[in-house]
Design a protein around this ligand. Structure first.
Ligand SMILES: *Cc1c(COP(=O)(O)O)cnc(C)c1O
Length: 370
């Protein structure tokens, strides 16, 4: 890749392939792999990522909301798409584009059946989401009889799969809690299998679940998001994965300032000695929040770590390049292979998921295959 001349998020589709193969190697050959491409494929590019994964043979996609699935369909994606958190307002669009809802409550079940029947749908594929301890979305075990009764009446729906979600799959201090979730899921799914008269496929694990619980709870499919993008919530796994996204920018202007001169809004940085600063065309509107400023976090200039100084502005931020050999126009790496989004996120007491998905749509996405 030639050096960038503006702020870009570079997406490496070869690294995506590497991560896909790595995650596949962690599960049985017969286990299906679902790739979670919600939130623009964790801030990268949902269409490009889905196209690549479809070519690699991924079994399923998941998005959070119907509109995300509609845009994948409009781009020609044919693989089944699970909508994790559908809203009643989008049920018509969801059916029109052959998207498969996760049904998580009686309200959602009743309304979806009503709309499916109005549209003369028979055996429309849906997925049942159960709450096994996260207490976020999902039916409880006591809802099973109600669900089975509703779906068996005129068979407007076909239960394609049953899922739940782990609360602490990355935290081995919570292993007992996770094993309880796994047991609860087994109990729920076997009860449904009996009462329904057919066997929907089952899935529970996210990326850290695959890493930590593939033996206990692989079931028929696993759902991976962050791992596909190169982060594993674990230092050892992080060494095996390759971050697909590199956030690059350039030095717009260099200033030399004298002691007691300040940099940026509210004079948040005040020089104690002669200091050389560089201004970068990237700010909090691009997803680098103010929390990363004032010396908390670093970027790479010609392979050297330099701190972000002063308050991050909307469209710019400043770094301290005193003693670093660099020029206006030089490339700056905000995060990537060598200074990972995970490290940068930790400097702001957050997680890679938040930093990655927060890179705004103003930042141009570019793609590489090498
Ligand atoms: C986002 C999400 C995932 C993916 O989790 P990762 O930790 O990114 O692998 C899996 N399942 C559900 C229900 C999700 O909401």
């Amino acid at each position: 890749m030639p050096k960038t001349t503006e702020t870009v998020l570079e997406i490496n589709l070869k690294s995506l392939e590497h991560n896909y193969n790595y995650l596949r190697s962690k599960i049985n050959a017969s286990t299906k792999l679902l790739s979670v491409v919600k939130a623009f494929a964790y801030g990268s590019d949902a269409v490009k990522v889905a196209e690549k994964l479809e070519k690699l043979g991924v079994d399923y996609f998941a998005v959070a909301y119907a509109a995300e699935g509609v845009s994948l369909r409009k781009a020609g994606i044919k693989t089944p798409i699970l909508v994790l958190h559908p809203q009643v307002a989008n049920f018509d669009a969801l059916i029109k584009h052959n998207l498969e809802p996760s049904i998580y409550s009686k309200r959602i079940l009743d309304t979806f059946i009503e709309i499916a029947e109005k549209q003369d749908q028979k055996e429309y594929p849906v997925h049942l989401k159960f709450n096994t301890g996260l207490n976020r979305l999902g039916f409880n075990e006591s809802d099973i009889d109600y669900i089975v009764e509703q779906v068996q009446a005129d068979k407007p729906l076909k239960i394609t799969s049953i899922l739940s979600h782990l609360a602490a799959s990355e935290d081995l201090n919570e292993k007992d809690f996770t094993l309880n979730q796994i047991d609860a899921f087994k109990k729920i799914t076997s009860e449904i299998d009996k009462k329904l008269g057919y066997k929907p496929f089952k899935h529970l694990l996210n990326t850290s679940g695959i890493i930590n619980y593939a033996t206990e709870a692989q079931f028929d499919m696993v759902r991976t998001g962050i791992g596909m993008y190169g982060y594993g919530n674990d230092a050892i796994v992080d060494n095996e994965l390759k971050p697909i996204a590199t956030l690059k920018t350039i030095i717009s202007q260099i200033h030399t300032i004298e002691p007691n001169q300040s940099v940026g809004y509210n004079r948040a940085y005040v020089a104690t000695k002669k200091t050389v600063t560089a201004t970068l065309p990237i700010g909090h509107a691009d997803g680098i929040d103010r929390i990363y400023g004032n010396g908390k976090s670093y970027v790479l200039v010609n392979d050297k770590k330099v701190p972000i100084i002063g308050n991050v502005c909307m469209d710019m931020m400043m770094i301290n390049i005193t003693g670093i050999k660099c020029y206006e126009g030089d490339e700056v790496i905000v995060f990537g292979q060598d200074n990972s989004a995970e490290e940068l996120a930790i400097s702001a007491k957050t997680i890679s998921y938040e930093l990655l998905t927060g890179i705004s749509q103003r930042v141009k996405r570019v793609f590489t295959n090498g």
